[in-house]
Structures are given as C-alpha cells and as structure tokens.
Design a protein around this ligand. Structure first.
Ligand code: AMP
Ligand code: ZN
Length: 478
C-alpha cells in the first residue's frame, strides 16, 4: 500500500519494520464532550486505512489513546461539578458507542493518559538527565526546544523563527494548544494551580499534571516501543502536537520516532469551519435525529480524499442514502441471479481480524485504496463496475463471486448494505418513497399533524410505515 507521508512530503510504500505486524498510533479523542463528525472523519479514515492493510494480508497493531487529562477535560469536569474520572468516563462510553455505530474496528490497545502518569514522569526524568528539559521559576517543567536540532522537521518550520524563540524561560508556554507558528518551549509537567482542583499527581518536581504532548509520547513508547511504523491524526495536530511528540521521544531515545506520518485534512460544514458558536457542529446523534444512519455518515466521510478538505452538507447525507440503496439493490440483483433467496442486508462487520482477500470483481476499486487510500475513486469505481455488469448475462457462480467481492469491497470501506425498501420483490415507487421521506422529516421536526396526515396518505395509497430506532421501513398493505 502506498500513502503520502507528511514528513517526507511524498508517497511512500508502507512496510512493517518488524516484518510481522504493522504497528501504528492514532491520537485519540479528548473526552470532554461528544465527538463531532470532523473527529469522525479522521477516525473513519484511519479505520479504512487499517482495513485495507489487513485485506492486503498485513497484520496490524492499532493503538489509539483516550485523552482524559488536559486543560479542557479539567476545566469542563470542574464546571460540571464532577470528578475528572466520572466526567471523562461518561464521555468515553459515549465515544465508544458512536465508534461501534460507525463500524470502526476497536483498536488493539486503547490506553488512557491518566493511567500512564508514571511512564510520563519517567520520560521527563530521562529528558532532564539528557539536558533537554528544565524546571522554570513557575515550577513547571519545560522542553528546551533549542536543545533538539531537528525541531520543526515535520511541519517544515522556518529555521530563523526557531532560533528567535525558545530561549530558556522567556518563551515558555504552559497551554496545551498554543498558537500556530509560535515556536516556544512547551510544558512537559505543569505545576499544580488552584484551578486544577483535585487533579494533580506527585512528581520529583512537585505536584502537578502532565502536558498533553507528553502523554502521547509516553503511551507510544509503552505500547509500540521507541520506533514504530506510522503515526496519525487530523492535520491540526501536525503543529505543535506531533512536532512536540517527535522532539520529546527522539530526544529521549535517540531513535526515529514514527517511520511514517499520516494526516487527515479537516472536515468543513456548509463551506466553513465547524464551531459551536455557528451551531454547525454536528454529532452522530444530531444526524440520527434527522433520520440519517451512521452508515450514511460513514459514506459521506469517505466520499472525499483524505488529503483534501471535505465539505459536509445535509444534502450530502441524503445523497449517501440514495447511493447506498443503489449498492444494496445491485447486491440484491446479484444474489437473485446466483439463485439465493437471502436479503442483501448489512452485517455491520466489526471483526478485529479482517483477512486477506483476492478480488476478481471490484479489483480496480480496491487498487484505488492501495494507492494513497483514494476512497472517492474507489466509490466511483464500484458504481462504474455495477453499471457495466450485465447481471442477467452472468452465470450463477459468476453472480455469486461478484456478490462476494461486492461484500468484500464494502468491508474494506466499512460500509453495510442498508435494508432495501422492498418486501417480497415489490419495488417502492418513487412517489411513495418521497412521501415517506417527507413524513419522516416532519416527525423529526415534531410536526405531528403533518406527519400523521402523510402517514394516512401513504395508507390510502396502500403503504404502511413502520418506525424503528434509526429510520423507517415501508411495507405494502395486505
Ligand atoms: P480531539 O478530540 O480534539 O483531540 O481530536 C480528535 C481527532 O480529531 C484528532 O486527530 C483531530 O486532529 C481530529 N479532528 C478535529 N477536528 C477535525 C475536523 N474538523 N476534521 C477532521 N479531523 C478533525
Ligand atoms: Zn497525540
């Protein structure tokens, strides 16, 4: 598989250093609220990446942490008058439920930052011994950026800027997320402050808590060793987070940290940035309330290439619904041609071990994935092949093979077949689907009179609507 490397700024073939398992680390969610669909663009793409690797016969070890101590989790747990643990555990549970709904394979390891404070303290001690860290007058411990020669190598920072900043004490920042391009010594250990409340731990430098960047370095080392195959996150993490991780880890170990860097470009909403104040920060639950499914969101999130910004709109969700239905109908036609009576329904495969598969049909779509994880091209190729397949000319065993390969390519993308709105071979007329869709939207908007009127109209036309948790089903009236 080939993937663009942020550090080398070129496409590179991926290899497992130990020849056995491809070991990679993804920065996980900060659990202080529900993850939004932007976060999930990153997590879904990392998931497709892992599926494609596994389908090519490569074993993987996937580590994704839980950021359960940082400036934001502490601030918001205190505002909610809850202990940090109680607060972050509840959001972790919610995050895992969303991941499951979105058909994300569970990481092999999911370390919590709070559970690894001793490893973080040990890493700082090592950096102190090697002259890369110092305790400042504010009692916090900082990484001395000028002591690490290749600082800035990932984000390709201007060297002049580097020399200007980072002199001991003067340009030190304690914030986890500081301004882009502000090259400064960053906090490894933050001395206890009143606003931290009960959230502090002992250390050789006094009570305090770890800096966010340090947490990931320590967890990478604990689960993957000094060097591992790939590190990933959204593009906002390139600087300062990943730059700082490299500095801490390589200054301590003297070895290359991650051999490959994979960054996912941000998701935009309605052409702009997502933000709470603009009211356009969607979560999975927000979309489900509007009658969409997690499978449809997953489709939208992979419909753009990870190296380009992707613009999310509600219309793109409606288009995904239709596209998935087209796939499901094509699957159904193949199944019928193969002489099978089963329904092409989605299994929502969440097995941790997807095995190697050789494609006969949909091979070109799979190749798009092997070539820089080109998910939109893969989707395009699935549709072209479905259009070109002359199902009624296939022999039963060919139809069965095409059906099986269609399932495999969807497995690579992590998509499920939606329920085809058909009962006993009855096709739902477009007018009926339209009315049913309007009724569902009215129901979501709590316009009860309108929704009831549409239900009656459907009944008059011979169709009954049955509502489920995430959507509805249409059945012809007997
Ligand atoms: P956080 O929970 O903020 O630590 O972020 C979790 C992951 O989501 C990180 O890899 C971020 O880079 C990524 N992320 C945050 N916002 C977006 C966005 N709008 N689009 C894509 N990825 C994002
Ligand atoms: Zn991280």
């Amino acid at each position: 598989m080939k993937l663009y490397d942020t550090m080398a700024r070129e496409m590179r073939e991926l290899t497992a250093e130990d020849g056995e398992s491809f070991r990679f680390y993804c920065c996980g969610p900060t659990v202080y609220g529900p993850a939004h669909i932007g976060n999930f663009r990153t997590f879904v793409l990392q998931d497709v990446f892992r599926r494609v690797l596994q389908l090519s016969g490569q074993k993987t070890q996937h580590v994704r942490n839980i950021t359960d101590v940082d400036d934001k989790t502490i601030r918001d747990s205190r505002a909610a008058d809850k202990s940090l643990t109680e607060f972050t555990e509840a959001w972790t549970v919610k995050f895992r439920a969303d991941c499951e709904a979105l058909n994300l394979l569970a990481p092999h390891d999911e370390p919590s930052a709070v559970a690894h404070i001793p490893q973080q303290v040990a890493l700082i001690e090592e950096l102190m011994e090697k002259g890369h860290a110092y305790q400042s007058e504010d009692r916090s411990v900082y990484f001395k950026v000028t002591s690490f020669e290749s600082y800035g190598c990932l984000s390709h920072l201007d060297q002049r800027e580097l020399r200007a900043g980072g002199s001991e004490g003067s340009a030190a920042v304690a914030d986890d997320e500081y301004e882009k391009d502000a090259v400064a010594d960053f906090a490894l250990w933050k001395a206890r402050k009143e606003e931290d409340g009960e959230n502090f731990w002992p250390s050789p430098w006094g009570e305090g808590r770890p800096g966010w960047h340090l947490e990931c370095s320590a967890m990478c080392r604990e689960y993957l060793g000094d060097t591992f195959d790939l590190h990933s996150g959204g593009v906002d993490l390139v600087f300062p987070h990943h730059e700082n991780e490299i500095a801490q880890s390589e200054a301590a170990s003297g070895k290359t940290f991650a051999r490959h860097w994979f960054h996912i470009t941000h998701l935009m909403v309605d052409g702009g940035k997502m933000s709470k104040s603009l009211g356009n920060m969607y979560t999975l639950a927000d979309l489900q309330e509007r009658g969409f499914t997690a499978n449809e969101l997953r489709y939208v999130l992979i419909s753009g290439h990870y190296r380009h910004p992707l613009n999310f709109t509600l219309q793109s969700m409606a288009d995904a619904k239709k596209a998935l239905l087209r796939i499901a109908k094509a699957g159904q036609a193949l199944l019928q041609r193969a002489g099978k009576r089963e329904q092409a329904t989605g299994e929502g495969d969440c097995e941790a071990d997807i095995l190697q598969h050789d494609f006969v049909y949909f091979k070109s779509a799979y190749q798009s994935l092997l070539q820089d994880l080109n998910t939109p091209e893969a989707l395009g190729r699935i549709f072209s092949e479905l259009r070109e397949l002359k199902v009624d000319q296939l022999r039963a065993e060919q139809a069965l093979e095409a059906w099986s390969d269609l399932k495999w390519i969807l497995l690579a993308l992590g998509l499920s077949f939606p329920q085809v709105e058909e009962k006993a071979g009855v096709e739902v007329p477009a007018e009926i689907s339209e009315l049913a869709e309007q009724r569902w939207q009215a129901k979501q908007a709590k316009e009860w009179a309108q929704s009831d009127a549409l239900r009656d109209k459907l009944l008059e036309k011979g169709w009954e609507v049955k509502d489920g948790k995430d959507g509805y089903e249409l059945c012809p009236r007997n």
